[in-house]
Write a protein that binds this ligand. Sequence first.
Ligand SMILES: *Cc1c(COP(=O)(O)O)cnc(C)c1O
Length: 396
Amino acid sequence: MPGPGAYWIGEEEKKEVLDVLESGHVNRYGDLDDPRFKQKVLTLEKEFAQYCGAKYCVATSSGTSTLLISLNTIGVKPGDEIIIPTYTFIASFGAPIFLGAVPVLAEIDESLCIDPADIERRITPKTKAIMPVHILGNPCAMDAIMDIANKHGLPVVEDCCQACGASYHGKKVGTFGELGGYSLNIFKTITAGDGGMLITNNDEHYQRAFSMQDQGYKKQGGRLAIISPSILGLNFRINELTGAFALAQLRKLDKIIATLREKKRKFKELITGGPGYHFRTLNDPDGDCGTLLTVIFDSREKAAKVSQALGTTTVDDSGWHVYSNMDQIVRYLQSVGQPGALGDFPRTDNLLKRSINLSVGVVDAGLGSAFGIDINSTDEEIKQAADRFLHACAAS
Ligand SMILES: *Cc1c(COP(=O)(O)O)cnc(C)c1O
């Protein structure tokens, strides 16, 4: 039960991957004039940067590693505070925590993205960065967030893992802040099984992020070289097979987004106007990926009954996507004197208890989107899902 890219794995992926297998050259480096070296990762990085309108892209092993590398790149040190939303996947917490930093949570608003006004309230002298998360395929209110960041001189790292293909006022997410991180795991808009894409416009950030990705080396042509003074890196590389797979998916991304938006429009139209609920706010309706359709009910009771009738859950019950559901995170936050237990963020609690994520492209029980449609749903199936939803509302 994956994301839309996984539904569309086909001949194109097969061809790209076979190209690598037949050449026998499977690691991401090689001589640019060696015909056996198919340069899939290099091409992927180039095409993804172009797609996003960013200067640079570094391919990595996961979305999580893009966040870890990004935070390390801007110099996050133990004890630094990173402002993140209460509603996001556990990886957004894990990246700062593994650098010894402190996630400082901010409330979400009716877009289910971080509330810019609450970001400003959480800034302290220890704040090192703001990490907005473009949740469920729709961008954060980037104008307001960048105003606050600029006013306080704080760097922004964008978690774009759920928003591959999303834009805000015509600009792709990930290009507003210093760095942006994308995921290619199986639940995301496009996939390579796993993988990550880090983007930035900053030359120094690029060098540092690249080095962090591979043991402190720099890239020279298609190969590696030593830099001086040396820096310490780790290994978050991907290989040519992953690169080839991701390249085929990237070339389908625009069609995936267009298809999702069209199906979401139909689904939404069919359930618009019912009593007792409305849709989440979209900070930029034209920049939404269309992966999910979130309904916010007036009452918790109704949301609970409808979700039960549909065999799904309200969003507060979506596992490791909600701050208070992650006991390892709650314990960490408590150990550093930060709020993080259920009830500490009443606006988030109240909103998520009243919300249901209907799938359009991402069908994922873990995300609370076990009910809805998928990227291949026919008009008839969309109608059926809409009817089931309306019926559950009427009966609840
Ligand atoms: C999926 C996801 C990640 C992590 O991506 P991986 O590729 O699985 O490491 C990070 N942040 C958010 C918001 C995500 O949804």
